[in-house]
Design a protein around this ligand. Structure first.
Ligand code: GAR
Length: 208
């Protein structure tokens, strides 16, 4: 059984999707053992507590240097015996230390079809604002491994979602969550826990 540690910053609907999938028995070889937030007021922490999951908070601003934050987060994750780390709306960039310590063991969910609408500064609602500004007819979500390139690691699963006339960033965000994120993130986590994802260079091979 793999220990899954989920990193959050906000509302935690992706965390909820993981908890729901776990409760339905869809994550057969893993268990969410800890939720760590960058924000002490994140509603995601309440979701974790409501489900009896241990929580912790680590804030970037409590460290004067980024390297010290990186080191502290790495140690915290090691102390939780994390086999898999899931970034579920985690809004702080990860440092080299944590990425190296957990190579190909960190999964992120991004609310667009990478390599579109991604990279530094492109997160949350901003992703959907950019998609609508460009006028794309299709967007979606991507579950991928995290490497040192922001939103650049090997892609695990993608799912497309239609953009409709009259969409606002909020309406589009909700549709992308419902039709893509909440489906592919638990799926990617389940596949990882069952050792069904092989990383070959910059790509993944899924055996299902
Ligand atoms: C989600 O849409 C997630 O994909 C996005 O933030 C939202 C968090 O919502 N993450 C990023 O943009 C990361 N680049 P949640 O807290 O309700 O899961």
């Amino acid at each position: 059984m793999k220990n899954i540690v989920v990193l959050v910053s906000g509302g935690g609907t992706n965390l909820q999707a993981l908890i729901d999938a776990q409760n339905r028995g869809e994550i057969k070889s893993g268990k969410i053992t800890c939720v760590i937030s960058s924000n002490p007021n994140a509603y995601a922490l309440t979701r974790a507590e409501n489900n009896g999951i241990e929580t912790a908070v680590i804030r970037r601003k409590d460290f004067d240097e980024f390297d010290k934050y990186d080191e502290a987060l790495t140690e915290l994750l090691k102390s939780k015996n994390a086999d898999l780390i899931v970034l579920a709306g985690f809004m702080t960039i990860l440092g080299k230390g944590v990425i190296k310590a957990f190579e190909n063991r960190i999964i992120n969910i991004h609310p667009a079809l990478i390599p579109s609408f991604c990279g530094e500064g492109c997160y949350g609602l901003r992703v959907h604002e950019e998609a609508l500004k460009k006028g794309v007819k299709v967007t979606g979500a991507t579950a991928h491994f995290v490497n040192e390139v922001c939103d650049g690691g090997p892609i695990i699963i993608q799912k497309a979602v239609e953009v409709k006339d009259g969409d606002t960033p909020e309406i589009l965000q909700k549709r992308v969550m419902e039709q893509a994120e909440w489906i592919i993130l638990p799926r990617a986590v389940a596949l990882f826990c069952e050792d069904k994802i092989k990383v070959i260079g910059s790509k993944t091979l899924i055996s299902d």
